[in-house]
Write a protein that binds this ligand. Sequence first.
Ligand SMILES: Nc1ncnc2c1ncn2[C@@H]1O[C@H](COP(=O)(O)OP(=O)(O)OP(=O)(O)O)[C@@H](O)[C@H]1O
Ligand SMILES: [Mg+2]
Length: 308
Amino acid sequence: MVEVKDLCKNYGPVHAIDHVTFSLKKGDVVGFLGPNGAGKSTTMKIITGFMAPTSGEARVAGFDVFESPLEVKKRIGYLPEVPPVYTDMYVRDYLTYVAQLKRVESSHVSAWVDSAIEKTHLESVANRLIGVLSKGFRQRVGIAQALVSRPDVLILDEPTVGLDPKQVSEIRDLIKQLKGEHTIILSTHILSEVQAVCDQAIIINKGRIVAEDTIDNLEQLEKGTSALKVRLRKSCDLKSLFSSVKGVQSVQGQETQWEIKYSGEDVVHDEILAQLVQSRAGVIEFLPKRMDLEDVFLKLTYGQEGPA
Ligand SMILES: Nc1ncnc2c1ncn2[C@@H]1O[C@H](COP(=O)(O)OP(=O)(O)OP(=O)(O)O)[C@@H](O)[C@H]1O
Ligand SMILES: [Mg+2]
């Protein structure tokens, strides 16, 4: 349904995206995950035809984004980072206007507008000016305009940014309800959002895709590795203490706080504990830490050390 091949975009010397390639099947719900400046919005702007790439190609439902922009726009609903809502229009009028702009058949316009309002729970504000709505409601209007034309593909650029926790959870529920009806790409820098809503994740960092898989498989990436959180009474250099212990993969931290990663065998765990006791640094905490998608994400996007 969406195919992106070798896509590059340079802003002067900045490689915003660098040979990005991926493809989505009909019905996929994919999280496009990466830190600020990773290239998420740039990729989305190219897929939706709002911006030309420096090189590479993008196709939606088989249509090239630049050779057949109208065919592509017909099939896409797009919520940009800043929702494209007209503050001096009424919610229902605005959605009607968008539906007409997107060439929805006139006999369907009213029913499709109603159903977009219903799906995004905008009934109570349908006759209000967009300009007087709260941020959360405006964001819902943004989502409603993306889905009013019943597009095959929904592209949502950080749909929950700036919302309070209740609204975040409502928007996530809404996106879950839209599953099955649309192929969805959702960008975010919040990992839990991808886990809550998506089946797959594409992790992008500095313009390059660093991982692409199902959420389950990405979580498995760290399987076989175990981690221990250690807190000591006295400062002790665990990096040198464990430098020659077989099975220990990495030691991070300083003075009294450390994290030790090792390949998942009990003998290694026992050996680490024995060495710690022998060091007489005083073990206050010795906690196994579950490796999860957060660790995969941090490792892939920031390297071993985590964010600065
Ligand atoms: N119009 C522009 N001119 C110059 N550089 C730009 C422009 N737009 C984006 N960039 C740069 O391209 C890179 C990717 O930006 P992009 O907006 O795609 O990132 P993003 O992943 O959406 O980040 P965020 O999470 O902050 O929205 C960044 O380094 C950014 O500074
Ligand atoms: Mg962005």
